[in-house]
Structure formats: structure tokens, C-alpha cells
Design a protein around this ligand. Structure first.
Ligand code: PEP
Ligand code: MG
Length: 912
């Protein structure tokens, strides 16, 4: 035996004693299947004996260029001999042969991705032994032909269709319709034909070991059959579909697969034999019922292949001859659930009335089922509330909150983009916000299709069922707004060449041209775009979700186990605030006030920005003050008794102005229409002013706190609106709790000077209104420099909230609007990046946050810390923010609040 054990036995020996060496905790060594076979054998369930060759052996074999590690083949031969001793039978024995299956089993389930060979050990001699033992020549020849067929296909890559054609031919000659009607003689003839096909289609140069007297011959030696089958399973770890599956499911390539060599049991030995797959509970809705299918007189692959109609598992007990095995299976279900304390998925075979377990694992389930099963198991005393909360996948919870494509429908995918905001939508294509509003008003669902959206598109985005952009990433304007509204959004659909003027879109790589009014379907959870209407299903929001979330809240808000994990919401209108409260948000973590300048208020801010008439500008500012005060009254009233972080204006001002390209076009049009000189001069002047505002890098330009420095009137107006609204509400008996946040601070002095101005206004309003106002002033940390000097800034701030969208953008130097569409996919493909840093927080960016929290807390122990970038709604990031960076809250869009509550509870549980 080498230093590292390569082979682990499972099942009984020749005295019926259990000799199992592995257990369910050895997933990474024995693979999921091997580890659970060992576990079932260990707890006394009927498992056909066998042995598992470790994943590490596969890795060694692959990395050495498909060469066996020293000594491995001897160990396998030894394990084979041991299995023969345990069974009192020999592979290839002409009197009473042992037959085995050879199956793959990786540490993570990869259904159907890798290879399996059944009935190994048959040859011309041992088939006679099988006939003698079973007195069933038909069964024996059928097993042999299945073996040759599978072995040739899986191990040597012979085209499976050649065998299927031969079977079809044989059925024609025999005048029968189904395989089951073929006689023993027919099958014996097929075996000879299959061997011939094998000889003709295997290349001698690749397989000299199969040459007998200069000709390729199907291998009769069971040891050779076994070695080649194991090699094939090892090789299948690196087959194309397995590599792709791992990539899509984030499974590392370097784990390898184990190989399970196990004594064959037969579900096709007549009417008292059967085979099936089952779940211990219903995986679709979680109901406590046995769920699955079986087939009488069939082998495992027949169930999966859907050749014959299966029967529901609940009928098993009623089939004559299977009553006992059916009852035993129900007992096994209970044993498995009690042992694994979870819903299990199993494969079984009944051989002449005797039940055998071939596989089990914790079963996959829908989000609805996950909730129900977790809650039921708490009620049944099987698991604790903490375990129940820990088991539900927060990302899966998203499924429950938005409509989805009907999974039973096959999709004809037109294009793919980024999965920017979950949920599916179906509607007519419109290319402008005005058209979106108009069509929606006529009662037509629409999907707004734009190159990218800007603040001006808000009304169209609100009117649309879904949003598609051909440009922009997951933190682009469209994505952020759509998530906030809970509207499905796919962005960065680069294949869409949109011509908004012509109202058409060409789909690159195809001849397809879509026009306004054509129906499309988008799925914002997967980024898939389909032409035409895909049926949607809306998952039911049951009381189970509320129950789990209430338990999650108890855990995350408890003072036990360290700092509580709070969840706030990003909301900038009363409807979103109300929705978020219903979803369980504790406070507003980010109110982006610039969103309050859109719609019919845009012309007011445009006047303020563009006019050079002081009186006109003052009037515009006055009007903005009036409308913002009204907004804050509404918002603070909705949030009475709860904190509301209000961020001063942040984006570059030109975002509020007309698009200069569009303005140029309309000037040219007015010119050709013969408009008078005065009008044209005014338009040209406007264009000149807009051009003067443009910057090369607006994201790094005049935005955030810099705006407050250059245009002090704006923050003054905003603070006055906040304080006036607060004073009024206090007088009206409410409990408004605004917190003012200064965005994009890099330098302490930026914060200090802005804070001075803010406090002057607060003091003035206190004086004027005769109320005491206690309004904390905090800093938004979203630039690396600010994180580095966080201790200094902290001395002047009441809280920090991390804008991780901008922090990621500036730490990487990746444009948040372009990177995800332009190069991040290539970086992911080339493994330069492990994940998209705009989706899940990057460890280096997280380190900036951690360091700034530490510095801030040291310098100012009374401060609180939050995160309000998009990462605040990502379950993986949430756990890191709470447990690595030590923040007090995360803040996310309303629809992600339930997900964040669950993830926050899981963060707390992970600390224990
Ligand atoms: C951020 O940068 O993370 C943030 C929340 O601000 P915005 O997305 O509005 O720039
Ligand atoms: Mg920001």
C-alpha cells in the first residue's frame, strides 16, 4: 500500500461483516457517490459490495499524461481479488461469474457528465456461467450485448449509433417492435454482430493491447476490461462536456473523479426485479411524500433514457412480488432522512425481490421546496432553526421574488447579455422612453431596448416590463435602477446593433432584424434573450418565506455571537421605501437624491446649470428646494422612527442635460425646417453650454463632494430641504431620523469644509423653526485614498458607508460602465479573474473596506459602518462584509432585502 491510500472498500465480506473503510465526510477523496456508498454501508443499508479508487489517483493519472502512478495497477488487482474473495465468485468465471459496474463519482455532482460501464466481466465463457446460474439465457445475452455496447461507446469511443442500427435491423428481421421482444437467440446473434462492429471500428494503432493475431478483438480478459474501463472514467474527467459543466458551475478542474467498482445487481431479472430513482420528499414543492419513478424488469439506464413509461414510486408496494422490497425502501427513506437530517435523492435496484441501494446524496430542490423542507424538519425535531436558516441558499431565494421563464419550455436563445436584474419579462420592443410610456398606457407590455439608459429614461423604465441594453455593466445606470425597481434587466447584449432612429435592431451573427412592436422575452436572472413570448411562471410567495426570514432576523439581530448584522435598503422614493419595509428593511442605507431631480423636474435643474442669469438660477434653486422638501417629507414620514441616510447630489451634472448629439440633430432639423435665427441661436447657445460641461472622464470628474465645493448652492439647498422637512415632521409628531452623507470624498478637508456648511444650515433651520435637530453627518467611502486616510476622516464623521461600486471601479481602474461588457468575460475565461468584482466583492477591495473600518473605529469608536454598493445585496459579499470587514449593516435594493436578511443571518451563524 502506498503512503496515500488509493483504494477504499465498502460493503460486506464473505462472512457478511461490514468492511467499509470510507465515510460521507470523505467527499474530496472518494467523490460524492463513493463517500455516500460507504456511509450507507456503514449504517447497515443494503449496498452491493465494492471498492472506490480515489480522486487523487485520477489527478495523478491525468497530470502524468494518462499514465498510471507506480503501484496503482497492482493495488487495483489486489482490490479486485479481495472483492472476488468477499463475494466467493470470480470475474470471468465460466461457472458462476462475478460482474461489476464501473462508475465515476466526483466530489461535486456532475449529472450525466462522465462515464459508466455496467456488466463488466462478461465474455464468451462467463456468459455461459450467467445462463447456468440464472437459468435465463435471454437475460444473460441481453446483459452481454449491453456490456459490449456500453464498453465500446464509453471506453473506446465507437459510435453508439452503429449498435442502435444493428438492434433496429435485428428487430426488423425478427418482426418485433421493442427490444424486450427480442429472443435469446436474437440477442446472441447481436453479441456476435456487436463484436464485429467493435473489431471494425477500433483503431489498432491506439490500442495494440486489443490485437489478437493481428486483429482487433473485443477484450475477453476481465482484468483488461477493468483497467480500460477505469482509464475511461478517469479520462472522462477531462472530456469536453465535463470541462464545460465545471466551468458553468464553478467546480475546480483539479479535483479529479473517483471510480467506484461495485458488484452488479440486476433490476432486469424478471417481474420481481425493478430499478428506480427517488427523493425522500417532493423536491418541487417540499411535500412530505415519496417522490420518484421505477420500472419493473429494467436496468438503471432504462429509467433515465425514458425508453419505457415509468411508474410512480408510491405504487411500488402494490406491485406483486415487490411488496416487501417496496416496504423496505420506505424504511430506508426514513433511515436516510434521520441519518443525513436532510432530504435525500437515491438510486436503487430490486433484484428478485431484494432491495439494493446504489446511490444517495442530499437532493437538489427548488426554492419553494427548500423553505418547506427546512421548516418541516424543524417541526419534526430533525434540525434546529439555525440549521434551517443555514440551509436555504440566499441566491435561490431570488427565484421566489420575481417571475421566471417556465422551465418546461425549450428556449430558442437569440442573444445573451449580463444578468443585471432578476426576473423575466415579455413585451413589445420599444426604443425610446416616450414610446414605452405611450404603448404601456395603451395597455401593451413593453421591453425598453436602448444602447444604454440615462436618468432621462426613468419614466420609460418605470413603464416597461423589462429593460435591455446593448451596452453597460451590472452597475450601469440601467442595472442599478432596474434592480432598485425590481424590473428585470439584461444589459450589455453586445449582439444587439440598435438603430433607435430606424426603430430596429440587427442581431449580429444572424440575419435577424427586429422592429418596434416585435415581442421579445428577457430573463434578467440568466441574461438570456429570446425572440417571441416565453411563458412566465410566478412562484408562490408562501408563509414559509416569512417564517424562515423571521428566524433569520432573530439570529442576525441577536447580541449573542458578536456584532448584530443589520440590513438597510437603497431607496429614493416613498413607494420603494414602503416596499422595502414590507420586505423587512430596518432603515434606508442610501437615498440617491439626484434621482429626485428627474422627470418633470429635470428642466428646473437644467435651468440652474445652464442659465447665466443669476435671478433665473436663484428661482430654479428655490423651486428645487420646494420639491425636494416635499420629497423628504414623504420619505421621512414613511421611514418615521428609522434612520434614513440621504446622500448629497453625486453624479456629474451633465447627466441632467440633453444629449449633445441629439441636440445637434434637432438643430440641423430646425435649420432645414427654416426656423428663425433667434430660435436657432438659442439652441446653439444651449449646445455650447452643454458642450462646455462635458468632461473626458466624467466618472473621475466633477461629481460627488467636488460638486458641493464648486456649486455650494446645491448642497445648501439639499440640506435646507432635509432639515426643513425634518423640522416640520417633528412638529407634526413624527420621528424623522435623517443622516446626511457626503459622497466621493478623497481628502479629509473636502469632508470638513462640506460638513461646516451642512452644520451652518442645520443651525439656521433649528433657529428659524425653533426645533432641536440631531442629524448625523457621515462620509461615503468609495475611493482608495479615503480608505487609506480613514482614521483622519473618521475624526470628522459620524458614520462611514462604503460605495463599493465606485470603490471597485477606482481600485481596479475598471470603468464600471464598460468593463463587464468589454473585457471581464475574457478575464474570467482566461482565469485572470476568478469572479466578476462588480458582482462579488474582490478580496483586495474588501481589504480596503476592512482596513478603513478598523482605522475608523479606532479613531472614532462611536461610528457605525455600512455598505451600500451593489455588493450589499450579494450573498457571498454580505458574509464577507460582516465577518471580515466588521461592518454594521449592508444596504441593497428593495427586492434583494429578503436575500440580504438571510445572508446576514448566515454570516452570523458562520462566526460561531
Ligand atoms: C457606489 O459607488 O457603490 C454607490 C453606492 O454609489 P453610486 O452607485 O450611486 O455611485
Ligand atoms: Mg458611488
Amino acid at each position: 500500500m502506498s503512503a496515500q491510500q488509493r483504494i477504499y472498500r465498502f460493503g460486506t465480506d464473505d462472512h457478511g461483516r461490514d468492511v467499509t473503510e470510507g465515510s460521507s465526510s470523505m467527499n474530496y477523496i472518494l467523490g460524492g457517490k463513493g463517500a455516500n456508498l460507504a456511509e450507507m454501508a456503514r449504517i447497515g443499508l443494503p449496498v452491493p459490495p465494492g471498492f472506490t479508487i480515489t480522486c487523487q489517483t485520477c489527478v495523478e493519472y491525468s497530470t502524468a499524461g494518462n499514465t498510471w502512478p507506480e503501484g496503482a495497477l497492482d493495488e487495483i488487482a489486489e482490490a479486485e481479488a479481495d472483492l472476488e474473495r468477499r463475494m466467493g465468485k470470480r470475474l470471468g468465471d465460466p461457472a458462476d461469474p462475478l460482474l461489476v459496474s464501473v462508475r465515476s463519482g466526483a466530489p461535486f455532482s456532475m449529472p450525466g457528465m462522465m462515464d459508466t460501464v455496467l456488466n463488466l466481466g462478461l465474455n464468451d465463457a462467463s456468459v455461459q456461467g450467467l445462463i447456468a446460474q440464472t437459468e435465463n439465457p435471454r437475460f444473460a445475452w441481453d446483459s452481454y450485448r449491453r456490456f459490449i455496447q456500453m464498453f465500446s461507446d464509453v471506453v473506446l469511443g465507437v459510435d453508439a449509433e452503429l449498435f442502435e442500427n444493428a438492434i433496429t435491423q435485428k428487430k426488423l428481421i425478427a418482426g418485433v417492435r421493442s427490444d424486450a421482444e427480442l429472443s435469446a437467440e436474437d440477442l446472441e446473434e447481436l453479441v456476435a454482430e456487436f463484436k464485429q462492429i467493435f473489431s471494425e471500428h477500433v483503431d489498432a494503432t491506439d490500442h495494440p493491447e486489443l490485437l489478437v493475431d493481428g486483429e482487433i478483438v473485443f477484450p475477453a480478459d476481465p482484468a483488461l476490461q477493468l483497467r480500460l474501463a477505469i482509464q475511461a472514467v478517469f479520462g472522462s474527467w477531462m472530456n469536453e462536456r465535463a470541462i464545460l459543466y465545471r466551468k458553468q458551475n464553478g467546480i475546480p478542474d483539479d479535483l479529479g473523479t473517483a471510480v467506484n467498482v461495485q458488484v452488479m445487481v440486476f433490476g432486469n431479472k424478471g417481474a420481481t426485479s425493478a430499478t428506480g430513482v427517488a427523493f425522500t420528499r417532493n423536491p418541487a414543492n417540499g411535500a412530505r411524500e415519496f417522490y420518484g419513478d421505477f420500472l419493473v424488469n429494467a436496468q438503471g439506464e432504462d429509467v433515465v433514457a425514458g425508453i419505457r413509461n415509468t411508474e410512480p414510486i408510491s405504487d411500488l408496494k402494490t406491485v406483486e412480488g415487490l411488496e416487501k422490497a417496496g416496504a423496505e425502501l420506505e424504511r430506508v427513506f426514513t433511515v436516510l432522512e434521520n441519518h443525513y437530517r436532510d432530504m435525500c435523492d437515491i438510486e436503487f435496484t430490486i433484484e428478485q425481490g431484494r432491495l439494493w441501494m446504489l446511490q444517495t446524496r442530499v437532493g437538489k430542490r427548488t426554492a419553494t421546496a427548500a423553505l418547506k423542507i427546512a421548516i418541516d424538519m424543524v417541526d419534526e425535531g430533525l434540525i434546529t432553526r439555525e440549521e434551517a436558516v443555514g440551509r436555504v441558499d440566499p441566491a435561490q431565494l431570488d427565484q421566489l421574488l420575481h417571475p421566471q421563464f417556465d422551465a418546461s419550455v425549450e428556449l430558442d436563445i437569440l442573444a445573451r447579455g449580463l444578468n443585471a436584474s432578476p426576473g423575466a419579462a415579455v413585451g413589445e420592443i420599444v426604443f425610446s422612453s416616450d414610446d414605452a410610456v405611450a404603448r404601456a398606457a395603451e395597455g401593451h407590455p413593453v421591453v425598453l431596448v436602448r444602447w444604454e439608459t440615462n436618468p432621462d429614461d426613468l419614466k420609460g423604465m418605470v413603464a416597461a416590463e423589462g429593460i435591455l441594453t446593448s451596452h453597460g455593466g451590472k452597475t450601469s445606470h440601467a442595472a442599478v435602477i432596474a434592480r432598485g425597481m425590481g424590473t428585470p434587466c439584461v444589459c450589455g447584449v453586445e449582439a444587439f446593433q440598435i438603430d433607435a432612429a430606424k426603430k430596429e435592431v440587427r442581431v449580429s451573427g444572424t440575419e435577424i432584424v427586429l422592429h418596434e412592436g416585435d415581442i421579445i422575452s428577457i430573463d434578467g436572472a440568466t441574461g438570456i434573450v429570446v425572440a417571441g413570448a416565453v411563458p412566465l411562471v410566478s412562484a408562490e410567495l408562501t408563509g414559509d418565506l416569512e417564517t424562515i426570514l423571521a428566524w433569520a432576523d432573530e439570529i442576525r439581530l441577536s447580541e449573542d455571537g458578536g456584532r448584530p448584522c443589520h440590513v438597510r435598503v437603497n431607496a429614493d422614493n416613498p413607494a420603494d421605501a414602503k416596499l422595502a419595509l414590507d420586505f423587512g428593511a430596518e432603515a434606508i442605507g442610501l437615498c440617491r437624491t439626484e434621482h429626485m431631480f428627474l422627470g418633470d423636474r429635470k428642466n428646473i435643474i437644467q435651468t440652474y446649470i445652464l442659465s447665466d442669469d443669476d435671478a433665473e438660477r436663484a428661482e430654479a434653486l428655490q423651486e428645487l428646494l420646494r420639491v425636494q422638501t416635499e420629497d423628504f417629507v414623504q420619505m421621512l414620514k414613511t421611514m418615521s422612527g428609522r434612520p434614513m441616510v440621504i446622500r448629497l447630489i453625486d453624479p456629474p451634472l451633465h447627466e441632467f442635460l440633453d444629449d449633445p448629439r441629439a441636440l445637434e440633430i434637432s438643430i440641423a432639423k430646425r435649420e432645414s425646417d427654416g426656423a428663425d435665427e433667434a430660435e436657432l441661436a438659442a439652441l446653439r447657445d444651449r449646445l455650447r453650454r452643454i458642450d462646455a460641461m462635458s468632461e473626458s472622464n466624467p466618472m473621475l470628474g466633477l461629481r460627488g463632494v467636488r460638486l458641493s465645493v464648486v456649486y455650494p448652492d446645491l448642497p445648501l439647498m439639499q440640506v435646507r430641504a432635509i432639515t426643513t422637512a425634518t423640522a416640520q415632521l417633528i412638529k407634526d409628531g413624527y420621528d424623522p431620523r435623517p443622516e446626511i452623507m457626503v459622497p466621493l470624498v478623497a481628502i479629509t478637508e473636502e469632508h470638513v469644509q462640506t460638513r461646516e456648511v451642512i452644520e451652518q444650515v442645520i443651525a439656521e433651520v433649528e433657529r428659524d423653526r425653533g426645533v432641536k435637530l440631531d442629524i448625523p453627518v457621515g462620509t461615503m467611502l468609495e475611493l482608495p485614498r479615503a480608505c487609506l486616510v480613514a482614521d483622519d476622516i473618521a475624526r470628522h464623521a459620524d458614520f462611514f458607508c462604503f460605495g463599493t461600486n465606485d470603490l471597485t471601479q477606482t481600485a481596479f481602474g475598471f470603468s464600471r460602465d464598460d468593463a463587464e461588457a468589454k473585457f471581464i468575460p475574457i478575464y474570467l475565461h482566461r482565469k485572470i479573474l476568478k469572479g466578476n468584482p462588480f458582482e462579488t466583492i474582490d478580496d483586495a477591495v474588501l481589504e480596503l473596506v476592512r482596513m478603513a473600518v478598523e482605522k475608523g473605529r479606532d479613531a472614532n469608536p462611536t461610528m457605525h459602518f455600512g455598505v451600500c454598493g451593489e455588493h450589499g445585496g450579494d450573498p457571498k459579499s454580505i458574509v464577507k462584509f460582516f465577518n471580515v470587514a466588521g461592518v454594521d449593516y449592508v444596504s441593497c435594493s428593495p427586492y434583494r432585502v429578503p436575500v440580504a436578511r438571510l445572508a446576514a443571518a448566515q454570516a452570523k451563524l458562520k462566526r460561531a
